[in-house]
Every structure is written in C-alpha cells, then in structure tokens.
Design a protein around this ligand. Structure first.
Ligand code: HEM
Length: 162
C-alpha cells in the first residue's frame, strides 16, 4: 500500500506529526519532583485523525533511564473552526476526553469528561498546553487529583526525531 496522503482536515495540527524525544520535570504537592524522558509519536493513516502514543521514563542525575513512568495513547480529532477533540486512555484505569482549540502552533486542551475504574486514583480534570517553539514541541500539564485543584504535574520539551 502506498503512503497515504495527510487528510486535509488535519492541516491545523499537522505540525504534530512525527516522532518527538526529549525530557521534562514532574511533580505534585503529594510527591517528590523528578526528571523524566519522553517519546511521543503522532501518526496518521490518511483519515482525519492523528494516532498518538506517549512513553516516559524516570531519569537519574546522569540522564539514564531508570524505569518506565506514565504511558498514554489515543486519537486527536480536528474539528471545524480549529477546534480539536482528543481521546486518551491510561494504564492507570483512567480515560479522558479533551476539547480544545488550535491557535497557530499552540493547542490548549481541557478535559470534558474523565472516567475511572474502581481501582484508579482520584483524578477529576486535566489541562494541557502544547506549543511549537523554535521547532521544538513544548508541553505542560496540570491536573486535579487526590484532593488538589488543577496544579502543575509536569512539563517537557521534545525535539523532532528525523
Ligand atoms: C508525562 C506524563 C506523566 C508522568 C511522567 C507522570 C509521572 C508520575 C509520577 C512519577 C508520579 C508519582 C509516583 C507514582 O504514582 O507513580 C505520578 C503520580 C500521579 N500521576 Fe502522573 N505522570 C504523568 C501524567 C499523568 C496523567 C496524564 C495523569 C492523569 C490522567 C496522571 C495522574 C497521576 C496521579 C493521580 C498521581 C498520584 C498522585 C498521588 O497519589 O499523590 N499523571 N505521576
């Protein structure tokens, strides 16, 4: 099968396509802050959505990978008027639906719906910012969880991998 063409509806978020690698810092009022490495892959199959997978690792002081941390996967679904819908699932028993807006190379997402399995930690809302800055993908995440309102959980800067 030939490589499919990028669906025209993907245009506002097509800058995300590809593989990204980098590092970030995480924390929360209830945990010690930590450094992590991250890989994100945005793909497409010719249809009007992006596939999305993120993997992260705890990093030691020398930048070596110690053990896997959070992973998540889902689909990014651009809508008319530069709106975007994102569905994500987590191995921690959480699924989330975000809605947001694309403004040039910046995407701001807020959870519309969160669902949790009985054993999942208490998590009620997320707020994410993604932006292309000097060709790098920067993103930051706030969450409301374990009794805290929306509070920074992590941010990272990723470079495009050829
Ligand atoms: C790059 C993404 C992320 C990284 C690297 C990360 C990493 C971590 C780490 C290391 C902890 C503390 C230890 C642990 O519980 O494993 C933690 C706690 C937690 N994370 Fe994340 N996380 C990420 C994204 C998320 C997302 C997307 C959610 C929600 C959907 C989330 C929800 C939580 C919750 C609820 C806790 C527990 C806080 C507590 O019990 O005090 N995290 N995260």
């Amino acid at each position: 099968m030939d490589e499919p063409e990028v669906h025209p509806n993907l245009e506002p978020i097509a800058f995300l396509l590809g593989r990204w690698e980098g590092a970030g810092v995480g924390g929360y009022p209830t945990i010690e802050s930590f450094n992590f490495g991250q890989e994100i892959e945005f793909g497409h199959n010719g249809k009007p959505f992006l596939t999305y997978v993120s993997r992260t690792w705890l990093l030691d002081e020398d930048g070596n990978r110690v053990r896997p941390l959070a992973t998540e996967s889902g689909y990014w679904r651009p809508q008319p008027e530069r709106q975007v819908e994102v569905v994500l699932s987590h191995p921690t028993g959480i699924v989330e639906i975000y809605i947001g807006e694309v403004v040039f190379n910046k995407i701001e997402l807020r959870t519309d719906v969160v669902a949790r399995t009985a054993s999942a930690k208490e998590y009620t809302a997320g707020h994410r910012l993604y932006g292309l800055v000097n060709g790098n993908l920067m993103w930051a995440y706030e969450m409301a969880a374990v009794g805290h309102p929306l509070t920074d959980h992590m941010s990272a800067e990723l470079k495009k991998v050829a």
